[in-house]
Design a protein around this ligand. Structure first.
Ligand code: PEP
Ligand code: MN
Length: 378
């Protein structure tokens, strides 16, 4: 980032800005021109208190020069976006097809996950999800997943979902909580790892995931700013890993009615402006209300998601976790159909989108003439 000082900045003001940046641990480099001075700031600027710099005496503007996240960043240009695809099992995700990943919040028994897999297949979804160790907000909830407590339990839980996936030819997605367990998930044949919301910035887990060949769905932390989130995603990719999928599952907001608030603008920003990675919409955790999952999933697809992550249960009324937001089988079937229709619609509407950058130059040449035309200013 570059701090552009104003024409009237005094040497003391310039020195004050440099001192402040050094105090925060940044290295700087100064370019002194005839009229203005530019101060280059090096390092991870995602945590830089830009507001405070902007307020300092003599500062004219802050000019970003590159994104702190490089691998997760958008690589194309306006009108020619480049989006990556990621393989889950032998499915290609994030390309021309929409991928629906569905299943219960947790794997509860062999009979339950088998029936859930049958339901997912029959509904037309392509990937089976299910948690084996669950994060619970209360220590008294009484259910932390079939795989919690011991390595044997973890292996058993993973075995059940992998078996159900194989039986119905569905690749599987399972959340991993502990960096020391990653090898067990790989060994048991899980096809994709999920980083849950509470672990969105778990440094040890994300560092460990750099080494797995498995694709990773990294959910956005509920209080992470969209660019800070991408920097945590970048952590998994920092040494070259590419198969990562983003996931918007709701953030905190003053809205208390829904469990979280789905940041649809964030999805559009990720898709059109910030990132090359496929984006999943999780309206189950995003709303926490069964009857809102359907419309908000469709809204997420229109905003830019090409992956749907949704909770459904053979009978959500007996689910051991998140039953209130799990779809009934009939609802899942309808949702998959609706998702496919919305996907077709989005692809059909996409050519109507004109990025402003393609028009700006043409309008810039008319600025003086239009000021005169509209305001009589010369
Ligand atoms: C889940 O996917 O079951 C889950 C617990 O999600 P999140 O981490 O987004 O709360
Ligand atoms: Mn859940």
């Amino acid at each position: 980032m570059i701090v552009k000082m104003s024409k009237w900045a005094t040497p003391e003001q310039i020195a004050a800005v440099e001192t402040k940046l050094h105090e925060w641990g940044y290295k700087t480099g100064k370019m002194v021109g005839e009229e203005i001075t530019l101060i280059g700031v090096y390092g991870d600027i995602s945590r830089l208190p830009t507001g405070e710099i902007r307020e300092m005496g003599g500062v004219d503007a802050l000019i970003p020069i590159s994104r702190a996240y490089k691998r997760a960043a958008q690589k194309g240009e306006p009108g020619r976006l480049i989006h990556k695809t990621v393989r889950i099992g032998d499915m290609e995700v994030g390309g021309d097809a929409l991928t629906v990943i569905a299943g219960p919040c947790s794997v509860e028994s062999e009979a339950q996950i088998m029936e859930a897999a049958r339901m997912v297949k029959a509904a037309g979804a392509k990937v089976l999800r299910g948690g084996v160790v669950k994060y619970r907000s209360s220590p008294y909830s009484g259910w932390e997943g079939i795989g919690s407590g011991s390595v044997e339990a973890l292996r058993h839980g993973l075995k059940l979902i992998v078996k159900a996936g194989k039986e119905f030819e569905l690749p599987t997605v399972v959340e991993v909580l502990d960096p020391h367990d990653v090898a067990i998930y790989e060994d048991m044949g899980v096809d994709c790892l999920q980083v849950g919301e509470p672990n969105s910035k778990n440094q040890a887990l994300l560092n460990r995931l750099r080494e797995t060949p498995l694709p990773v769905i990294h959910k956005r932390g509920n209080s992470l700013d969209i660019e800070a989130y991408l920097l945590w995603v970048e952590r998994i990719m920092a040494e070259g890993k590419e198969n990562v999928i983003l996931c918007e599952r709701g953030i905190v907001s003053p809205n208390r009615y829904t469990r979280n608030t789905l940041d649809l603008g964030g999805i559009a920003a990720l898709y059109y402006q910030l990132s090359c990675l496929p984006i999943a919409i999780d309206a189950s955790h995003g709303t926490g209300i069964r009857d809102l999952v359907h419309p908000m999933t469709l809204a997420g697809i229109m905003a830019g998601a090409s992956v749907v992550l949704v909770e459904a249960h053979p009978n959500p009324l007996v689910a051991k976790s998140d039953g209130f937001q799990g779809l009934f089988p009939e609802q899942l079937t309808r949702l998959v159909t609706a998702c496919e229709r919305v996907w077709e619609l989005r692809r059909c509407l996409e050519p109507l989108y004109i990025p402003s950058a393609l028009l700006e130059r043409q309008y810039e040449t008319r600025v003086a003439a239009d000021r005169t035309r509209f305001f009589g200013v010369t």
